[in-house]
Design a protein around this ligand. Structure first.
Ligand code: FE2
Ligand code: FE2
Length: 243
């Protein structure tokens, strides 16, 4: 496998059970994520702009249109008196509302049209049955299961991996496709410090809220993180599962 994609950005877990989740799930799967065929092709300048739009950016845009409301739900379900976490999640949710529009800039710069997806046009993008099921499952976890399960599904399983997954795309788009910082604003956030903070916050919340001897809950959260990140496993991570 290639050299490390970027310097380590994840916090060092305090507990053995979270360390195992990092070592056995997050680290190997983010490596797969950074080496998806479409991501490698972007990094090396081999993908056409149309392929990048169709195989990477439009599927991502379709998925992240749900993110503002998912983060807002996590904020609203955060324990009432945990002001620090609640404030941070509300802030994230507000920022998140702009992210689909930032990614839309990149799609336009590559000659694509993000507007049908932004409008929710049902013909704009045709997700696979698995993609739809996974999106609905994520929505169910965040809205209907205990708050900590939503934190594991979104902040740990997605946000802790996203910087690593998107860094090669960011580098490739800048180097080979002539995109400006303005076109790449979505990548600066999601392969940069903002998303690193979101993922690390998720890890810290797990360690703050799950008792060291609550093995049943630890097992449940590990299952959730394993399930959400499983498309990254070799072979299953086709374009559009995650990008
Ligand atoms: Fe975002
Ligand atoms: Fe985020």
């Amino acid at each position: 496998m290639a050299a490390p994609v970027m310097d380590e950005y994840l916090v060092e877990p305090r507990t053995a059970w979270v360390r195992r989740i990092r070592d056995e799930i997050i680290l190997p799967r983010r490596e797969h994520a950074a080496n998806l065929p479409i991501t490698r092709a972007i990094r090396e300048g081999r993908a056409t702009p149309a392929e990048i739009v169709e195989r990477a950016l439009i599927p991502t845009l379709w998925r992240i249109c749900r993110f503002p409301e998912l983060i807002a739900a996590l904020a609203s379900r955060c324990p009432t008196h945990d002001w620090e976490r609640k404030t941070s999640l509300l802030h994230n949710a507000f920022e998140e509302a702009e992210h689909p529009f930032l990614l839309a800039r990149c799609i336009r710069a590559l000659g694509g049209d993000p507007d049908p997806v932004l409008r929710g046009d049902p013909d704009a993008y045709r997700p696979s049955t698995e993609q739809l099921a996974r999106r609905d499952w994520m929505t169910y976890i965040v809205y209907h299961r205990p708050w900590i399960e939503g934190v594991a599904a979104v902040q740990v399983a997605v946000e802790a991996i996203v910087p690593y997954a998107h860094k090669p795309q960011w580098d490739g788009l800048r180097e080979h496709y002539g995109l400006s910082d303005d076109d790449l604003a979505w990548f600066a956030i999601h392969a940069g410090e903002v998303e690193m903070r979101h993922g690390n916050e998720g890890i810290l919340i797990l360690e703050q809220y799950v008792a060291d001897d609550d093995l049943a809950l630890q097992h449940r959260l590990r299952y959730i993180i394993d399930y959400v990140t499983s498309p990254w496993l070799a072979g299953a991570a086709t374009a559009g599962s995650y990008s």
